[in-house]
Design a protein around this ligand. Structure first.
Ligand code: SAM
Length: 508
């Protein structure tokens, strides 16, 4: 099979594969690129965005990271060009509308694809990170700051088998599929050379890992979600690496009916479930004592998502790899869930139990205009920097308006007086020039907007402070990470009487 673009996107975009159009840092649009021949139109399909429209033909064959200029698009024969489309083509679209519509590229006739541009976007390759930012949300998802920490902390690596439940929108699935990838049947990864190999003494453990194909066993009890994820994985070329099973894992556990009867044979577990403690009874090496299982279940007022009717108990089969220490992580939003999970982990023999929370904050560093009073330059800055300044500005505007209206009134009276004098055949009384009057009356008042702008212009030439502002650093209020508690633990391999005997014989 061809390598998934998520594993090896190549150097540039190609027809029929997934490309991601990045409009802003957190605004990305996934698009399967189709070449002209696949549509009835000369220029092929179009992605319409708030920054303009992008023809697929302008996106195919471009090195990843290329800045693409928008093309002007006319819906032409398809019902004429609506006002909304015209606004879009000018980059004036409604952001919310665009975000929802952008999921579905609109088929349009391209009239003047290269004549005018209204915006640009960058074409970036599909990766778990870019996919997390633009995937169709069916549930809350695990974001990159969380999954990068989880993957590192669980020491997930190529060749590992991981169990994941629930799969949800597949954000975590994509990330771990890339990590465990170690070639798949028919497509072997070049073997990694390490120091030991160079010396001709590759360790048995390492060789075993190199020969093993990594795999993700993903469980989701919501059928439409499981099906949608399966379809996405096929279209992303990741299906040979992931087995999606539609199942209630609290009731039915994690063993899958695969060709390999040992499946999943898992080294690592990740549970993003409402009640992870109810799933732990299936993640042991030998059958857990029924009394312990019962007491953990009875601690749950209502099992949150169990859908399956009770079934006759099956013979116990462990989904864990008997030869490796199992590493687990659970992802829960409430501390009460953590308490129950940790209590259950202790009962089932998990060790090294630790809890973490992610406090991921992005720092925004920029230059900001300083307060005018602070700088002793009140009136010079074109826009107010503080509330007090804004209030003072309004008062100044009011004062100037009063003077202006007074002058207008005087002017009207003067015209009337002149007209009457003319009627009587008298000489018109000499009046004060309008400009002189305004100047006299506004003396002592704060400067007008025009004067302020002029002064600011001069100031900015002489003072870098006004040109660039002061350097400030703020944390961004909104950050895409679903705040949760992460519980990590380990389950050692079983140490039997036979192992003890072997060790005694070997080590004495
Ligand atoms: N980790 C996912 C991601 O990154 O996209 C999001 C998981 S979502 C928060 C939780 C999922 O668990 C839901 O899709 C829900 O249907 C599923 N779920 C809840 N109870 C379950 C159960 N007993 N067995 C299997 N899946 C379950």
């Amino acid at each position: 099979p061809a390598v998934s673009p998520f594993l090896d996107p190549g150097a540039s975009s190609s027809a029929h594969s997934l490309g991601i159009l990045q409009l802003k840092r957190d605004h990305l649009i996934p698009t399967v690129l189709s070449d002209a021949s696949s549509t009835e139109y000369a220029e092929g399909n179009v992605v319409n965005t708030r920054f303009g429209s992008f023809t697929h033909s302008s996106l195919i064959g471009k090195p990843w990271g290329t800045q693409i200029l928008a093309s002007v698009v006319d819906t032409g024969s398809r019902g004429g060009r609506s006002k909304k489309r015209k606004r879009e083509a000018n980059g004036e679209g409604n952001a919310a509308e665009d975000a929802s519509r952008s999921e579905e590229p609109v088929r349009s006739v391209v009239k003047a694809a290269t004549t005018a541009s209204s915006g640009f976007a960058h074409l970036v390759p599909p990766t778990p990170e870019t996919w997390t930012l633009c995937l169709p949300h069916r549930t809350q998802v695990v974001y990159t700051p969380d999954y990068s920490f989880i993957i590192q902390k669980m020491r997930l690596r190529p060749g590992d088998h991981i169990i994941e439940a629930g799969a949800g929108s597949g954000s975590f699935t994509h990330a771990v599929a890339r990590t465990v990838f170690n070639g798949y049947p028919g497509l072997e990864q070049p073997e990694e050379k390490d120091e030991q190999e160079v010396n001709g003494t590759t360790s048995r453990k390492r060789r075993r890992r190199q020969q093993r194909h990594g795999h993700v066993y993903s469980f989701e009890y919501h059928k439409p979600r499981a099906e949608q994820l399966r379809e996405e994985l096929v279209s992303h070329g990741l299906d040979p690496l992931v087995t999606v099973t539609n199942r209630d894992v609290y009731a039915d556990g994690f063993c899958v009916d695969a060709e390999n009867e040992n499946a999943p044979n898992a080294d690592v577990i990740f549970l993003d479930l409402p009640a992870p403690w109810l799933a732990l009874k299936h993640l042991t090496r030998s059958p857990p004592p029924p009394a312990v299982v019962k007491s953990i279940a009875s601690d749950t007022a209502e099992p949150p998502t169990t859908t399956s009717a009770p079934r006759p108990p099956k013979p116990f089969r462990s989904p864990l790899n008997p030869k490796t220490t199992t590493r687990i992580c659970t992802f829960s939003p409430c501390i009460e869930q953590v308490q129950k999970t940790v209590a259950a982990m202790r009962s089932y023999g998990w060790l090294d139990i630790e809890m973490f929370t992610m406090e991921h904050k992005r720092l925004e560093v920029r230059r900001e205009r300083v307060g005018l009073a602070e700088e002793g330059l009140r009136g010079a800055n074109p826009s107010p920097a503080t509330v007090q300044e804004a209030v003072q500005r309004l008062r100044d505007v009011e004062d100037r308006a009063k003077v202006f209206h007074g002058l207008q009134k005087e002017k009207q009276e003067q015209i009337m007086r002149r007209a009457e004098a003319k009627k009587r055949g008298e000489q018109a009384p000499a009046g004060e020039g309008e400009a002189d009057g305004l100047k006299k009356k506004t003396e002592g008042l704060p400067p007008s907007k025009h004067d302020r702008l002029e002064r600011a212009k001069k100031e900015s030439e002489s003072r870098a402070l006004f040109r660039e502002g002061r350097l400030v650093c703020r944390t961004e209020p909104e950050i895409k990470t679903h705040t949760s508690y992460l519980v990590f633990a380990m389950l050692p391999v079983e140490w039997t009487a036979e192992d003890e005997e072997k060790a005694r014989r070997k080590w004495g």
